[in-house]
Design a binder for this molecule. Structure first.
Ligand SMILES: CC(C)(COP(=O)(O)OP(=O)(O)OC[C@H]1O[C@@H](n2cnc3c(N)ncnc32)[C@H](O)[C@@H]1OP(=O)(O)O)[C@@H](O)C(=O)NCCC(=O)NCCS
Length: 161
């Protein structure tokens, strides 16, 4: 049994989140943390291990919710669990905490986009009650002057009941 905690991400966490993606991903997380200060986004991390001065806690999951992108809904984004910590239920805990942020901002729908070729993540979201409402062209920068483009399925969960 390892103690864990879910908390708001701080700028200091960014240096320890390199496992979650490349430089562009860390930049996107840094912008999300900035936007969390004006309540446009919320960014959460899960730490595992004992915290405090002599603690061994380290960041094992990160995720964000964009509270402004979709009218009436919060969009869960940048979900990532450190590879050796996957399939232990942390993704489920993270999603529940992000949904609580959506509710806390008076929104009753959560949406998220999952790449068409990521069936494992899609299965988790379906298990948690997300249903497909469409698909969209998705993409993000992966280097200087380079972008990755893909098709994502847009999923939605009604949080009102
Ligand atoms: C997708 C992702 C965020 C899910 O996080 P996770 O911590 O692995 O998710 P969970 O453990 O809550 O649930 C996933 C699996 O664990 C199982 N599980 C959940 N709780 C469990 C428990 N208490 N005991 C045993 N198994 C459990 C689920 O049935 C599911 O099964 P699978 O391993 O066959 O897929 C994570 O796997 C990840 O970072 N993947 C790479 C990046 C990615 O795809 N991000 C999503 C982009 S949309």
């Amino acid at each position: 049994m390892v103690p864990y905690a879910v908390r708001t991400a701080e700028p200091e966490d960014l240096v320890e989140l390199e496992w979650s993606g490349g430089a562009e991903h860390i930049d996107a997380l840094a912008r999300a943390v900035q936007r969390s200060y004006v309540d446009e986004m919320a960014v959460l991390v899960i730490t595992a291990g004992r915290s405090g001065p002599a603690g061994t806690a380290r960041t094992v999951a990160v995720g964000a919710v964009d509270l402004t992108k979709r009218p009436g809904a919060g969009e869960l984004t940048m979900l990532s669990v450190r590879e050796s910590w996957q399939s232990l239920g942390l993704g489920t805990i993270l999603i529940a905490a992000l949904e609580a942020q959506v509710r806390g901002h008076g929104l009753t729908r959560a949406v998220l986009a999952v790449e068409h070729d990521n069936p494992r993540a899609a299965a988790l979201y379906h298990r948690l009650g997300y249903r497909r409402i469409g698909s969209e062209l998705d993409g993000w920068p992966v280097g200087p002057n380079r972008s990755y483009a893909t098709v994502s399925f847009l999923l939605e969960r009604n949080l009102g009941n």
